[in-house]
Design a binder for this molecule. Structure first.
Ligand code: F6R
Length: 585
């Protein structure tokens, strides 16, 4: 998603802004730009491409001045072009803005502004903010009043930073993230703490519906009615600064490889919360789980586990779907929201609906300072460290461990052996040469199906998602028993099918499915602790306890997707069209 950044302080702004943008690259983007103010003049450079490319082409870092704004754009309105890249100047060039989010009423605002003589140079929704600010600033000659009037005219979800030619910065937050970094002699504005964590670990998490004005060394925070708010400074964990690839070729591989350790931290130091969650679950009539993408897939595992091990019925709801059936949530229920970033707009919207229904919100989150964290009654931390690769990997296994811990709290007979899980992951990571060979066989394939039964079905869905994201190969997760109800028609010798088949209660039925598929000419990749002649390729996983299997079988698919991305020469860390934090609906 778009990242915005602003700087005002004693140092030259452009290099600091470019550095911040580089650190937020993981969020996903297609173009980049920087504007700075010096001697009451705004200068601006931007272009399509990665920060490195655009910087070496137009020298973003050489813009003069100690005040500036920057942006990486993830296109929503208007194609990926230089003109649509941010920052956008107002018609007079006296104000420039960067924006993350969507201005829903931009068509009418743009029409009105055009009729008043304002000129537009892009197809973006964002440019209206620059021209509205210019209009309102010309009327009031005052940044605060111009901001209040502009905000009152905007509809949608946004965070934006405006730079005025007099050197003032103003930034508003409405349902998109915006954090202020507070340094010794400087202020930073950013979509993510990573944008400034190397400079300062003191931050003000702006509340929704607040805006800030920075005038050299003075900061003022106000709500959308113009009332002054006392800023609260929080210390940000330095762990966030640790976002380097080290010896790994990609963040994705680093994050896959960290899992033998990260699983130990999942839900750590939240013993009381896990107990509190289990008490809520025992006493609530209705329980819903919600999330998007991988986090939703984790919720499907949770639903299975709650039913099987705690005899608790629950319902998993895709976060983006809830707005279309808000009545499917009973008032006064428990809603467990799962989100790595804690910033997914769809999840926040689902939580908003649940809160309107007086539900208790329990969240499982990696980024503990996120918006979701602040919206929740109880928060359990994944604690797996920053996940930079766009595809969720270590966060998924951490989510599963937290869910296991909750199940264990509900049913004392359930045993989780973290050492066993960790050593299983390590053993599978050692299998990477076999997995690389299979990745090579997959590189020309256009369709992959992943089959699993019972608890392995959500893993099949998650596996298909990972394959799609990282390799751009069409992939689909299938419940084994559904094969004969349709998907069997697709099986021929152009297809690969991954069979998730540990030796548990699902084993025989799934093996039968594998044989039925093989008889139609498709190639079979068996992920199992037991070898079979049904498999053309066998990925061995260790024999483990039932709760270890879902994690053990996830790892080979993460590796397979990663190595296949390399075979196909796609960038595993930044898959096309995707963003890490999906902060727009
Ligand atoms: C999949 C993936 C996405 C995210 C989804 C939710 O690999 O990364 O599907 O899982 O966008 O993100 P969070 O968990 O941050 O709410």
């Amino acid at each position: 998603m778009c990242s915005i950044i602003g700087y005002s302080g004693d140092d030259i702004a452009a290099p600091i802004i470019v550095k911040g943008l580089r650190r937020m690259e993981y969020r996903g983007y297609d173009s980049v730009g920087v504007a700075t103010e010096s001697n009451n003049q705004i200068e601006l450079k931007k272009g399509v491409g990665k920060v490195e490319e655009v910087n070496s082409k137009v020298n973003l870092e050489q813009l003069p001045g100690k005040i500036g704004i920057g942006h990486t754009r993830w296109a929503t309105h208007g194609k990926v072009t230089d003109a649509n890249a941010h920052p956008h100047p107002s018609t007079s060039g006296k104000i420039a803005i960067v924006h993350n989010g969507i201005i829903e009423n931009f068509v009418e605002l743009k029409e009105n502004l055009k009729n008043e003589g304002f000129i537009f140079q892009s197809d973006t929704d964002s440019e209206v903010i620059a021209n509205l600010l210019q209009k309102n600033f010309e009327l009031s000659k005052n940044v605060k009043d111009a901001m209040l009037k502009t905000i009152s005219e905007l509809k949608g979800h946004y965070s934006f930073i405006a730079m005025f030619e007099n050197g003032q910065l103003a930034a508003a937050r409405f349902h998109e993230p915006l954090i202020i970094g507070v340094g010794k002699n400087n202020y930073f504005l950013s979509s993510d703490v990573l944008g400034f964590i190397e400079q300062t670990d003191e931050a003000i998490y702006m509340d929704n519906g607040n805006f800030a004005i920075i005038n050299q060394d003075q900061i003022q925070i106000l709500d959308f009615q113009g009332n002054e708010i006392k800023p609260e400074i929080t210390k940000v964990s330095k762990e966030f600064a640790d976002v380097y690839k080290g010896d790994y070729a990609h963040f994705t591989l680093k994050e896959i490889s960290e899992q033998p350790e990260t699983i130990f931290k999942a839900g750590e130091n939240t013993k009381n919360s896990i107990k509190a969650v289990s008490d809520y679950l025992k006493h609530s009539r209705n329980i819903y789980l919600t999330g998007s993408g991988t986090s939703y897939n984790a919720s499907l595992v949770a639903k299975y586990l709650l039913a099987k091990y705690a005899k608790i019925k629950s319902e998993s709801i895709i976060s983006s779907e809830l707005q279309f059936s808000p009545d499917s949530i009973e008032p006064n229920s428990i809603v467990i929201a799962i989100s790595q970033s804690g910033e997914s707009a769809d999840v926040l919207e689902a939580v908003n609906i649940a809160k309107k229904n007086d539900c208790k919100i329990i969240s499982i989150i990696n980024s503990m300072t996120s918006t979701l964290s602040r919206e929740s009654d109880i928060v359990i931390g994944m604690n797996c460290g920053p996940e930079i690769g766009v595809a969720a990997t270590k966060s998924f296994t951490s989510q599963l461990i937290i869910l296991y811990k909750i199940i264990q709290e509900l049913n004392g007979d359930v045993e989780i052996d973290l050492d066993e899980i960790s050593s299983s992951i390590s053993k599978i990571l050692e299998e990477h040469n076999n997995i690389k060979k299979i990745a090579n066989a997959l590189k020309e394939i256009s369709d992959i199906y992943v089959l699993g039964r019972g608890i392995h079905y959500p893993i099949a869905i998650e596996s298909a998602l990972k394959i799609k994201e990282l390799t751009y190969i069409h992939a689909e997760g299938i419940a084994g028993g559904e094969l004969k109800h349709g998907p069997l028609a697709l099986m021929d010798d152009n297809v690969f099918v991954i069979i998730i088949n540990p030796e548990d209660s699902t084993y025989q039925d799934t093996l039968t499915s594998a044989r039925e598929i093989k008889a139609r000419g498709a190639k079979i990749i068996g992920i199992s602790d037991k070898e079979s002649d049904a498999y053309d390729y066998w990925v061995k996983i260790p024999k483990t306890s039932e709760l270890t299997y879902p994690i053990a079988e996830t790892i080979p698919i993460q590796l397979l997707s990663y190595y296949c991305a390399l075979e196909k020469d796609t960038d595993p860390d930044y898959p096309r069209n995707l963003a890490k934090s999906v902060t727009v609906k």
